[in-house]
Structure formats: structure tokens, C-alpha cells
Design a protein around this ligand. Structure first.
Ligand code: PRX
Length: 655
């Protein structure tokens, strides 16, 4: 089977950045030449310019034992010092680091001086609980300032955090605690979501309870933040209230310098099969690329911008672009605890108006759900402070891109579509907003210093106007250093496919257009084969969403006697269309529409109108489950779904 993925959609809209944007932009066109001249010197210069090294490095990259990279490995730094103390020492202690907005409407602003003092206190508390360099601390918290303070306090001690998303169950939490051998858990009584206090502490209690298998959890202490005033069960000797110990702790704490390759965090990401992978990131290289990308891709002017990334701290985006990138750069940011719909659908736009957010980074799934609700909601708010929008997590189809720009960005703001992964640690592909003419739907170009290609299964470049597999051809500073406790799986998963070339295989399909711009086509596992043509889920979904009636779409390949696989689409309609049209009529219209837009080969055999799509908690569509429905099978494991009931509803609708 050829690895070539057929290309069906064309897009020829282009948007140049506004002139004043270009003039004041952080990244200038010359940056690409500088990186191309000498990639390693480029990264070394960025690292020296953006970070404070207690002991300056002289080595840049050690790639003598691939795929195990070392960056800047004879240097020493403290990650938390870089995110906090040095801004205070530079006279910016009064700058707001975090504008916190609680879901119930409570809010507080925390300055760099305050956050630094808080992190020092937490570091002292953690040290008192026995945490030292290399120890693992599990963090299971809602989106509150204490979450950011916890990550930084762990980093300050040279210890390793493992953040577990608050929506994960006790079992998932226990599996992650066990795998990492965590010594301490930081949690809260609960957090606010959808207007209710939802509990967290009981899941920790359950996770740590004796499971009758003779295995004791490695956890010795549980530090508990009070957020919701819910009743909690208490284990004396193990559980410690944050408010009992943190305010009383000393705000003096000297940041010790650690090796550049000191582990910073583990973050678990689900593999295609089996147990989650503990992706390991280290300190100096990670912080360099997180800071560099945050400053250049988001065109950050820390003195004036108000930045907001809506990702949860439980995902890599919450690590790199809520915690480390923004704080290393001294940014002022918004942190929001709750959901976009509470108390009503316009909450996010209210927050943008309230804080004058200028840079806004979110996910396509959020954009599409706002499209579904209609533009009237954002149009009631003043969003004129916005000057840059960003997208991450999935391909953003051109229609959603255009809507984002027109409705949220007043038709003016550049949009950066940023491709990266938990494994890459930081953004790898994106426009630079003051340099690149943007194209709706394309992530566009590798960042300066990052080497990306699209290749066939032998690792040969496919060249422009062709599709294939996305690879990173050279090591990059924020690359994963391994899978916690499983070096073989690390090699097998990411490096074996192109072992002779030494390429990192990302698992994504991609296409280069005539200009050499990169289009992400979805996970390779999801690519369909219809009558011998390899079709991408992303393109057909894009065509479906381009129809006025459609809010969201997911496409899968279902086995088919005649064509090998057939395209099956699951579509959510916009609320305004549901009222006046029959579902059956619209399904036919949409089948035809796709045929007209991209050709008969892509016309779905079936279009199912559904109310919801199965998504992971980070908003990615789980096509595997839809494939089960489309092929009439029992639906597989739904544990990682945000809402496990969704699949039974869909299965019923399809029947
Ligand atoms: O398939 C790609 C998709 O998300 C995957 C990485 O997921 P995760 O590790 O959870 O990290 C998400 C946040 C960085 C990728 O392999 N993906 C991410 N960004 C994009 C994307 N697909 C298309 N366009 C993007 N901008």
C-alpha cells in the first residue's frame, strides 16, 4: 500500500499580517536565515538570551547515543528561578503574573513578587515533607493559581512533577502514581465545574487505598488545597492542609542550580494500545524551546500583552504555554477555572473583555462548538483587545479558521495554527505571525531551528504537492528524553520506523502544498483507503464543516465490500439549522456537497446526524469508537472519553 495520501481540497486564501503588526513583531524574517546558517548556534543563542544559566553551558547538543539526546548538558540552571525570581530581581515584581478567574465569579490577581514568595513557601513545605531532587510528585488539581505554584515549587527543588488531569478517575491516578513511584500528591478538596463543586480528594483517597493486591502506594504525604469547602475524609499522618502549612512557611528559599538534563516532569499520554506512556522532559532544552516559541509564535510583548491559553494544566499545553513558556517570559496571563458555558455560553468572551486579553490560544474543538452556538454570542462582547489568535490540538479546518478570524479576531488578527505534541514539548510547526502570510487550515512551516519533512514509508522526501508521513529529521531542544522506565518502548514507538535515517516519527499524516506549506491530515491510524486511494479524515471533515449547516464532523473509514473502505461521516448540525430541516434531507445534501467539494471518491457512503461526538478529555475526536459503530461492532473501550455516555447515544441514533 502506498503511503501517499491523496490530496483533495484546495485553499487559496492568504492573509498578510497587518502593517503595524509586522513593524512591532518580535520575530523578523531574518530569523530563518540565522537558524539555517547554524542550527545549533541558533539554539545556543536563544537559550542564552532567554534564560538565566547559573553555570553557562559550553556544549549544545550531544547526539552521540541516539535517540537519547542531551542539550546544553554541562550547564546548570533552576527552572523556577527562571520563571520567577529573576523577574522580581529585574524590577518587575509588581507585574501581574496571573489574573485568576474562578468559575463562580471570584477572582484575584497574583503578581510576580507574590507568586515567587508563594512558590518559595511551597518549596519549603515540600522539602519538609521529604521531597528532594529527583523525587516524583503527583499533582491532581483544578485550574487554580496553586496548581502553577505547585509545578514551580517541585521544579525549584529539582524534583519531578507528574500532573494528572483532574478529570481522570482514581484508577488512572493510581496507575500514574505507581508508574512514577510518586512520594507526594498535591490535590484539592475539589474545584468548580459547570456551576457545581466537583470533588477531587475522594479520588485520591480511593487511589491510595489498599486494593487488596498487597501493593502499597508509594505516596507518603498528601498536600490538600481548600477550594470548595466540601467535606473531606482525612487520613491523619498522611494528609496535610495547604492552608495550615504554606502561609506559615518561610518565604526565603534559595534556588539551587541543577543540571540542564535534570528531569523536570513526566506527563502521561495514552498510547494506541496498552498502558499510558510517561513522556519525560528535562530542564534546559525544554525551557529554552518553550520560552522561545512562546515569545516568537505568540509575538509576546510582556510589558503590554495579556495572554490567555485555555488549556488545562493536565495537558502538555498547560505545561508549556500556561506555566513554563509564559512565566519564563514574564508574561501576564489569565487563568480560568471552569467551563466556557457557565453561567452561560459567553463566559470566555466576558473574560477576554474583562482582562483585555490580547493573545488568545485555544483548540479547534472549542472554536467549532462556538460556531455551533452562533456568532451572536461573541458579537455581544467587546473583543477589540485581541491582536493574535492561536490554535492547537487538531487540524483546524479552513471554515473554523475563517470563523475564528472573522468573528473573534474582527477580521484582522493573524491566526497561528501550531502543530506539536506532548512528545515534542513545544511548538514545532507554525506561522510566525509578523512574518508569514497565513493560510486557513495549514499549520504552514517548521519553526526556525526545527527540521521537519514529509516522507514516504522508506523515509524519502515526497516533495511539494504530495502527502505522506510527518517526521522530525533532527533533534530539537524540547524533545522528549524518553518514556519513564521504558527505554525500549521509546525507541520502538518513535524511532524504529525510520531507524536508518534517524528520523522521529510523529504518527501524523501530512501534505506539502505547492508552496511547501505543511497541512496536517490526521493520525496515520485514521487514514482511510477507498478504492485504493488514501484519504485523510481531516480533509473530508473540513469539507463537511464548510457547509453552512454543519458545526462539527468526524469521518471514519468503515470496511466495505466494494471499495475496501467507505467514508462514513458523523455530523453535528448548527443549532439554527436543526429547527427547519429534516435530518434525512440534510444527510443527503451533505453527501452531495462533499462529492462536489472534493470529488465523488470522497462522498460519504453514510452521513449520520448526531448530537455529540466522542471526544477525549482534551477534546480530540476518538475515531476508533466511531469506526466500531460504523462497522456495526460492539463499541470498544470508552474509558478515556470525556463523557462515556456519548457512545450509547450515538449508537442508538445510528440504529
Ligand atoms: O495529531 C496531532 C494533533 O495532536 C497530536 C498531539 O497530541 P497531544 O500530545 O495531546 O498534544 C496536543 C497539544 C500539543 C498530534 O500528533 N495536533 C496537535 N496540534 C495540531 C494537531 N493536528 C493538526 N494541527 C495542529 N495544529
Amino acid at each position: 500500500m502506498s503511503q501517499q495520501i491523496d490530496h483533495l481540497l484546495t485553499e487559496d486564501r492568504r492573509f498578510a499580517p497587518p502593517a503595524d503588526f509586522v513593524q512591532n513583531a518580535v520575530a523578523k524574517p531574518g530569523i530563518y536565515d540565522e537558524a539555517a546558517d547554524d542550527r545549533l548556534s541558533f539554539w545556543a543563542a536563544r537559550s542564552r538570551e532567554l534564560l538565566h544559566w547559573h553555570t553557562p553551558f559550553t556544549n549544545v547538543l550531544d547526539w552521540s547515543n541516539p535517540p537519547f539526546a542531551k542539550w546544553f548538558d554541562d550547564g546548570k540552571l533552576n527552572v523556577a528561578y527562571n520563571c520567577l525570581d529573576r523577574h522580581v530581581e529585574a524590577g518587575n515584581g509588581d507585574r501581574v503574573a496571573i489574573h485568576f478567574e474562578g468559575e463562580p465569579g471570584d477572582s484575584r490577581s497574583v503578581t510576580y513578587a507574590e507568586l515567587t514568595a508563594e512558590v518559595k513557601r511551597v518549596a519549603n513545605v515540600l522539602a519538609g515533607l521529604g521531597v528532594g531532587q529527583g523525587d516524583r510528585v503527583a499533582i491532581y488539581l483544578p485550574m487554580i493559581p496553586e496548581a502553577i505554584a505547585s509545578l514551580l515549587a517541585v521544579a525549584r527543588l529539582g524534583a519531578v512533577h507528574s500532573v494528572v488531569f483532574g478529570g481522570f478517575s482514581a484508577d488512572s491516578l493510581r496507575a500514574r502514581i505507581d508508574d512514577a513511584g510518586a512520594k507526594v500528591v498535591i490535590t484539592a478538596d475539589g474545584g468548580y465545574r459547570k456551576g457545581k463543586a466537583s470533588a477531587l480528594k475522594p479520588a485520591v483517597d480511593q487511589a491510595l487505598s489498599d486494593r487488596g493486591d498487597g501493593e502499597q502506594a508509594t505516596v507518603e504525604k498528601v498536600l490538600v488545597v481548600r477550594r470548595t469547602e466540601q467535606e473531606v475524609e482525612w487520613t491523619d499522618g498522611r494528609d496535610v492542609w495547604w492552608h495550615d502549612v504554606v502561609p506559615a512557611a518561610s518565604a526565603e528559599h534559595e534556588a539551587e542550580a541543577f543540571d540542564a538534563e535534570n528531569p523536570l516532569f513526566i506527563l502521561y499520554t495514552s498510547g494506541t494500545t496498552g498502558k499510558p506512556k510517561g513522556i519525560l522532559h528535562t530542564s534546559g532544552g525544554y525551557l529554552t524551546q518553550a520560552a522561545f516559541t512562546h515569545r516568537n509564535v505568540f509575538d509576546l510583548h510582556p510589558e503590554t500583552d495579556v495572554y490567555w491559553c485555555t488549556a488545562d494544566i493536565g495537558w502538555i499545553t498547560g505545561h508549556s504555554y500556561v506555566t513554563y513558556g509564559p512565566l519564563a517570559n514574564g508574561a501576564t496571563q489569565v487563568l480560568y477555572e471552569g467551563t466556557p458555558e457557565f453561567p452561560e455560553p459567553g463566559r470566555w468572551w466576558d473574560i477576554i473583555e474583562k482582562y483585555g486579553v490580547s493573545i488568545f490560544y485555544t483548540a479547534p474543538t472549542a472554536v467549532r462548538s462556538f460556531m455551533k452556538q452562533g456568532r451572536e454570542i461573541p458579537q455581544k462582547r467587546d473583543l477589540s483587545s485581541l491582536r493574535l489568535l492561536g490554535s492547537v490540538g487538531e487540524p483546524i479546518n479552513p471554515e473554523a479558521w475563517m470563523w475564528f478570524r472573522e468573528v473573534i479576531g474582527s477580521g484582522l488578527t493573524p491566526i497561528v495554527d501550531t502543530w506539536w505534541q506532548t512528545e515534542t514539548g513545544a511548538i514545532m510547526i507554525s506561522a510566525l505571525p509578523g512574518v508569514t502570510e497565513t493560510k486557513p487550515g495549514s499549520a504552514q512551516v517548521a519553526l526556525p531551528g526545527v527540521e521537519i519533512d514529509v516522507v514516504d514509508e522508506k523515509g524519502e522526501a515526497v516533495g511539494n504537492d504530495a502527502g505522506g508521513l510527518l517526521v522530525v529529521t533532527d533533534p530539537w531542544p524540547s524533545m522528549l528524553r524518553g518514556i519513564w522506565g521504558d527505554p525500549d518502548r521509546f525507541v520502538e514507538t518513535y524511532w524504529k520506523m525510520f531507524a536508518d535515517k534517524g528520523f522521529y516519527f510523529a504518527g501524523d499524516g501530512a501534505r506539502l502544498d505547492e508552496d511547501g506549506d505543511i497541512w496536517l491530515l490526521g493520525r496515520v491510524d485514521d487514514v482511510m483507503n477507498v478504492s485504493g486511494h488514501r484519504l485523510s479524515t481531516a480533509e473530508i471533515e473540513s469539507a463537511l464543516v464548510a457547509h453552512d449547516a454543519t458545526a462539527e464532523a468526524a469521518v471514519v473509514g468503515a470496511s466495505d465490500e466494494t471499495t475496501g473502505q467507505a467514508v462514513v461521516a458523523f455530523v453535528i448540525l448548527k443549532e439554527s439549522f436543526l429547527k427547519d430541516n429534516s435530518a434525512e434531507g440534510l444527510a443527503n445534501t451533505l453527501r452531495q456537497w462533499v462529492g462536489e467539494q472534493i470529488g465523488p471518491i470522497a462522498r460519504p457512503r453514510d452521513v449520520y446526524i448526531v448530537g455529540e461526538l466522542p471526544k477525549t478529555r482534551s477534546g480530540k475526536i476518538m475515531r476508533r469508537l466511531l469506526r466500531d459503530v460504523a462497522e456495526g461492532r460492539e463499541v470498544g473501550d470508552t474509558q478515556t472519553l470525556a463523557d462515556t455516555a456519548v457512545m450509547s447515544v450515538i449508537a442508538r441514533q445510528v440504529k
